[in-house]
Each structure stands twice: as structure tokens, then as C-alpha cells.
Write a protein that binds this ligand. Structure first.
Ligand SMILES: [Zn+2]
Length: 181
């Protein structure tokens, strides 16, 4: 996307051209090819980024990297948090993360592998949150919210396993699976 950049940042010339093409970006040692766009000054040959979309191809590189490594995308992280009716601060506290961490991930920062692992577990198994809640979380969420989120999880588990009567045995069997990972 073009923005209002209309002159060369180096020499001030208006004789500039908007160029798009593949560019290799290094992400944690992986070489990721993205479509980059930048300006070229025809007078002094300087290349410079569009100030507005300077971060776009890094975001694109992260997206490709996450896909390649089977990691959650920012919108999936946000969706899973909302599924449990939690704010960024609440989920960060439940997980014992810094308060800004989740916010950064939802905005597009590349998450740690360890953090991605627990987020994927949360996405796949509502039991994971139930376990985290059962530890020390009532104080973080407050009693009312805690009960609400807890029953949300329990309903998800019942729906997922289509089981109303054998809830405890399902819970036990998943317990051992979760801890085995
Ligand atoms: Zn120039």
C-alpha cells in the first residue's frame, strides 16, 4: 500500500518509484521469502521503506514462519482467549506471564515456542484451563468470574466428549494425557 511518502528521504527528489518484489527475511534462523514493497529514488538510487507499511513484511514473514512451525496465528490466540471469556490480563495472570506478553502476541509479535505450546493446549483442551484454574486462580479472577469461566470450560468438555454422566472419568483420562505432553 502506498502512503503519502512522495519524495526521496535521502535527496528530496520527487523522481521516485514504488517497487514490489520478493525479499528474504531471517526469522529465528529461518530464511523466509516475502513480498516486500519499497521506494527507489531514480536520482540517487537509494531504496527506502514506506513509513506506513515498513512492518508489514515482517508481519508477513512471522505469519509464514508460524505456519511452517505449526504455531498459532495472532487471531487464533485472540479467538481462544475470547472463547474462554478472558481478558488479556486475566489469561496472562493465569499463565503466569508478563501482562504485556499476550497483548504483544495478539498484535503480531512472534511468540516463544514454550508459550505457543501451552496456547495450543488451551485451544485444543478446555481441561487445560480447568487445571490451571484449579491451582491458584480464584483470587486472580474473583469468585464470580472464576465460577463463570469454570462452568464454561466444563460445558465445553461435555460438548466435546458428548458425556454428561462420566464427566469425572473423562477428566481423569485427559488429566494423564495433558501431563504426559
Ligand atoms: Zn534520492
Amino acid at each position: 500500500m502506498k502512503d503519502k511518502t512522495e519524495f526521496c528521504v535521502e535527496c528530496g527528489s520527487y523522481n521516485i518509484e514504488y517497487v514490489t518484489g520478493p525479499e528474504v527475511v531471517k526469522v529465528r534462523g529461518d530464511e523466509i521469502t516475502v513480498n516486500a514493497s519499497y521506494w527507489v529514488c531514480k536520482d540517487c538510487n537509494v531504496e527506502f521503506e514506506n513509513l506506513c507499511d515498513g512492518n508489514d513484511y515482517l508481519a508477513e514473514a512471522y505469519k509464514i514462519y508460524r505456519k511452517k512451525h505449526n504455531m498459532l496465528q495472532p487471531e487464533e490466540i485472540k479467538a481462544l482467549r475470547l472463547k474462554y471469556d478472558l481478558t488479556q490480563v486475566e489469561l496472562a495472570q493465569i499463565l503466569g506471564w508478563g501482562l504485556a506478553t499476550l497483548s504483544r502476541y495478539e498484535k503480531g509479535s512472534l511468540q516463544d515456542f514454550a508459550h505457543d505450546k501451552i496456547l495450543k493446549l488451551l485451544k485444543k483442551e478446555p481441561i487445560t484451563l480447568l487445571q490451571l484454574l484449579s491451582n491458584d486462580v480464584p483470587d486472580i479472577l474473583g469468585k464470580t468470574k472464576y465460577e463463570k469461566v469454570k462452568s464454561l470450560c466444563e460445558n465445553m468438555i461435555r460438548i466435546k466428549y458428548k458425556c454428561n454422566d462420566c464427566y469425572q472419568s473423562i477428566l481423569d483420562s485427559i488429566n494423564s494425557e495433558v501431563y504426559a505432553i
